[in-house]
Ligand binder design. Structure first.
Ligand code: FE2
Length: 155
């Protein structure tokens, strides 16, 4: 139990924003995949504590505001070259402090849509979690914008 708690505390459910990839041995972050949205579809039956997806509510607004500041005077074609590592880590801390963490309760046949700028992750496997023979399986679709500017300007 203590190990599980330490894992959760250290990683915060692996909280991340899709498309801001960690590159190189120093894992510096860059906007490399400007997703339009993230659509998840549970493909199997599993209990609600079987590593549910987690989202920080309203975090997309915090992220949008910060990145508008960061990229304000930079041509969108250059955004993928900008090292946003420090801002990214600061943003995560800010969001943990002000946005409610919500675990998604899912069933096979449902789907869920995550805003591309929302901080999200996956909770640890619960002590009594259960899944069928295919395990816990969720299929994700993450189409990308052709126009980088849309990553910040689209609704
Ligand atoms: Fe993700």
């Amino acid at each position: 139990m203590a190990k599980l708690f330490l894992y959760w505390n250290r990683t915060r459910d692996g909280a991340h924003i899709d498309g801001l990839l960690a590159i190189g041995p120093d894992r510096r972050r860059y906007l490399k995949q400007p997703h339009a949205y993230v659509l998840g579809i549970p493909m199997a039956d599993f209990s609600t504590d079987a590593s549910p997806p987690v989202i920080w509510e309203s975090s997309h607004g915090v992220v949008r505001a910060r990145f508008r500041e960061i990229f304000s005077d930079i041509d969108p074609d250059r955004w993928p070259e900008i090292d946003i590592t420090d801002d990214y880590h600061a943003l995560r801390k800010e969001i943990f402090g002000q946005c409610p963490r919500k675990e998604l309760q899912l069933k096979r046949g449902e789907s869920f849509l995550v805003h591309r700028l929302a901080l999200h992750g996956i909770a640890p496997w619960g002590n009594n979690a259960k899944a069928g023979p295919d395990g816990r399986m969720i299929c994700y679709f993450r189409p990308q914008f052709r126009n980088l500017e849309s990553w910040l300007s689209a609704p």
